[in-house]
Design a protein around this ligand. Structure first.
Ligand code: DAH
Length: 339
């Protein structure tokens, strides 16, 4: 019997398989109820007592070996099978839903990109601001209507703390800690106490630009505006400046671009005028420079501010402002191609 066991051990050590069927046949041959090892187990009871110990140990060794060998052959065989059966590269990919960038972010990034080509660097400031940075440091008179409860959200119990109503507060944040030359672009969210409708919201987004240096002139402003408008809306875009008023600029202007929907011929969007307003701008008021620690005899500057929603509406003709904050995936998906 010992001989028979030794012979099986040698046989099993040299096993090789080519197919799953072969492997299963071997398993049946050695390990099944009617297999060779079970036969030996059955014979074991006839072994004389003095040999039981030695043969018992050998028999166990054989059984473990057979089990380990069949298992490892099975593993090796399955690994080889996985490599042999190459994946089908023509199969459609697992349907992963890709997100899209928000249209306001697409436009914001484009604005930043255009200004960064002119050397403007990013700056930002807090949305929860104090009265000083939003109004006083921007040369708003004490009784200016914009400070009114009607327009501004106040933090209860802290009448000095408000939600910023424009990104112009970042002009002050930057000027108070830096020396000219200053050339910054500041995108951000702003808040106004307005009833929500298709054309107004209690929050929206602006981009502010500020350039302060020696000898900055209105001509520099005009060149930057023209460059921006043509980069943003196409090389045929025309601009026009209308005199306006802001407390923080003097002189102040509003800029219109030739309506990019009708090409300037006149349509409902531009109310038949051929022009649409896109931003406010002007030469930084000397008071603003002084209030923020910059010598207005030595330095001049220009500033401009625009609503990102407005620019986005013009580019993509979104008719209802509320769409921007409703997170309706069907709306957001429409901007997939612009990503
Ligand atoms: N802060 C103005 C607003 O919210 C926009 C603006 C106008 C910004 C003129 C400027 C500027 O920097 O020069 O309506």
């Amino acid at each position: 019997m010992l001989e028979k066991i030794e012979q099986l051990i040698a046989e099993i050590n040299n096993l090789k398989v080519q197919s799953a069927e072969e492997l299963e046949a071997l398993r049946l041959k050695y390990l099944s109820k009617k297999g060779a090892i079970n036969d030996l187990m059955a014979d074991f009871r006839n072994v004389p007592n003095e040999q039981k110990r030695e043969i018992g140990q050998k028999l166990n060794e054989l059984k473990n070996l057979a089990q380990d060998k069949i298992n490892s052959l099975k593993e090796a065989f399955e690994a080889k099978k996985a490599v042999d059966e190459k994946p089908d590269l023509t199969r459609t990919a697992y349907p992963v839903e890709l997100g899209t960038r928000h249209p306001l972010n697409i436009v914001k990034n484009e604005i930043i990109e255009i200004f960064s080509r002119l050397g403007f660097v990013l700056a930002d400031g807090p949305e929860v601001e104090d009265d000083w940075h939003v109004f006083s440091a921007m040369n708003f008179a004490e009784d200016h209507p914009a400070r009114d409860m009607q327009d501004t959200f106040f933090v209860e119990a802290h009448p000095d703390i408000i939600l910023r109503t424009h990104t112009s507060s970042v002009q002050s944040r930057v000027m108070e800690v830096s020396e000219p030359p200053i050339r910054i672009i500041c995108p951000g969210r702003v808040y106004r106490n307005e009833a929500i409708s298709y054309r107004a919201h209690c929050f929206f987004h602006q981009v502010e630009a500020l350039y302060v240096d020696k000898n900055v002139s209105f001509t520099d402003l005009k060149q930057v505006l023209l460059y921006f408008a043509q980069q943003m809306f196409g090389p045929d875009t025309k601009i026009r400046l209308r005199p306006s008023y802001f407390p923080f600029t003097e002189p102040s202007a509003e800029m219109d671009i030739s309506c990019n929907i009708c090409g300037g011929k006149g349509c409902p969007f531009c109310k038949g005028t051929g022009w649409v307003e896109i931003l406010g701008c002007g030469m930084v008021h000397p008071n603003v420079l002084e209030l923020n620690g910059i010598n207005s005899k030595e330095y001049t500057g220009f500033a401009l501010g625009m609503g990102i929603e407005r620019i986005t509406n013009l580019k993509y003709q979104v008719k209802d402002l509320r769409m921007f904050s409703e997170n309706d995936v069907r709306f957001l998906k429409e901007f997939e191609a612009a990503n």
